[in-house]
Design a protein around this ligand. Structure first.
Ligand SMILES: C[S@@+](CC[C@H](N)C(=O)[O-])C[C@H]1O[C@@H](n2cnc3c(N)ncnc32)[C@H](O)[C@@H]1O
Length: 331
């Protein structure tokens, strides 16, 4: 994965309206040496974590977590029926003489970028992450780079047609600041799409009640987890996406939609039953990966919380996790 080290500069290709045939067109982006990889990771209790000092990220980055992230990527595609919501085809439409460009913030394993680069072969995709976990041999219209998205992006004003930020809450400490950067690098009428899961489970529409009473163990698990995350300065952005995007004052045509993801196979609809079965496994893998964040020194307590969550996920009727999506055009 290339490593960029000059945030003020820009890498541009001659716009020709065709796929870019260089995987790295920038002289400011340098290749990371294999020997440098261990510097980015540290092992704790048998799991591999980021070792970034400035931007502590709570989830592991090991194979188990990458498998979970890839599974979640496929899940979201099933949930939405596509890799995006909003007028993506319109903003990425092929135009002679113009190189369309898309930026994916905190790209992770890069599966979204890789999928999208196949669907839009004329578009150049950039995926940024603070650690080098995406493939080092991407297709020719993809470039993965290391970058802390809490700092200024290296791209010029108006570079991108589309900016995508999915499940980045835990990577961002100042969402307002990030939105200003997104607004800067988007061209006028360019599209921003943000997608985030809710911080805790709730009751499905049609299943009224207090989640704390109906699902007390699951609710407690997420209360404890969210308190631990808040201590690290991490807050789930899902419920606040719309407000943040409105207040950024550089977007128009703001549209939001909340999806209710079934947790468990309680839904009568067969498709949603399948979604619920798959999502409950993804959610439990996420919760398991977060045990270390809640407190390695409190093993029994954390295991108890996790077992309670697992029991309710497998048996609860009407449990959902909300998925917030907001898209908007740059003014
Ligand atoms: C939950 S994953 C989401 C990955 C991807 N967006 C997806 O939807 O599959 C969050 C990603 O944020 C990355 N990350 C954490 N802190 C970051 C930072 N300050 N700058 C850039 N990426 C960061 C992590 O390495 C991880 O890959």
């Amino acid at each position: 994965m290339p490593h960029q080290d000059n945030p003020e500069s820009d890498s541009e290709e001659v716009p020709d309206g065709h796929p870019d045939h260089s995987s790295d067109a920038s002289s400011d982006v340098v290749e990371l040496d294999n020997a440098e990889f261990p510097d980015y990771f540290q092992e704790r209790n048998g799991r591999l974590f980021h070792s970034h000092v400035v931007s502590p990220y709570p989830l592991p980055v090991d194979t188990a977590e990458q498998d979970r992230a890839n599974r979640q990527h496929i899940f979201f595609k099933h949930l939405l029926g596509a890799n995006y919501v909003g007028p993506v085809q319109e903003v990425l439409q092929f135009t002679v003489g113009e190189q369309r460009k898309t930026l994916d913030l905190a790209t992770g394993t890069g599966k979204w970028v890789l999928d999208m680069s196949r669907d839009f072969p004329h578009v150049k995709f950039y995926g940024l992450d603070i650690v080098p976990i995406a493939t080092r041999t991407p297709p020719r219209n993809v470039q993965f780079e290391m970058h802390d998205i809490g700092t200024a992006l290296r791209f010029k004003e108006g570079t991108f047609d589309f900016v995508h930020g999915r499940s980045i809450s835990m990577a961002v400490h100042d969402y307002g600041l990030l939105l200003r950067e997104v607004g800067r690098v988007l061209r006028p009428q360019g599209l921003f799409l943000a997608c985030e899961l809710a911080p805790s489970i709730t009751c499905a529409p049609g299943y009224p009640g207090d989640p704390a009473l109906l699902f007390p163990k699951a609710t407690t698990f997420f209360q404890v987890l969210n308190a631990c995350l808040e201590q690290r300065g991490i807050q789930s952005m899902g419920p606040y996406l719309l407000d943040h995007i409105r207040h950024a004052r550089c977007f128009t045509g703001i549209q939001s939609r909340v999806y209710h993801i079934p947790v468990g196979d309680w839904d009568e609809n067969l498709h949603r039953q399948e979604l619920g079965r798959e999502f409950s496994e993804i959610l439990l893998a996420y919760a398991n990966a977060m045990k270390e964040t809640i407190g390695p020194e409190m093993n029994q307590y954390v295991d108890g919380l996790f077992d309670g969550l697992k029991e309710e996920v497998h048996n609860a009727q009407g449990m959902v996790l909300e998925y917030y999506t907001v898209f908007a055009r740059k003014i």
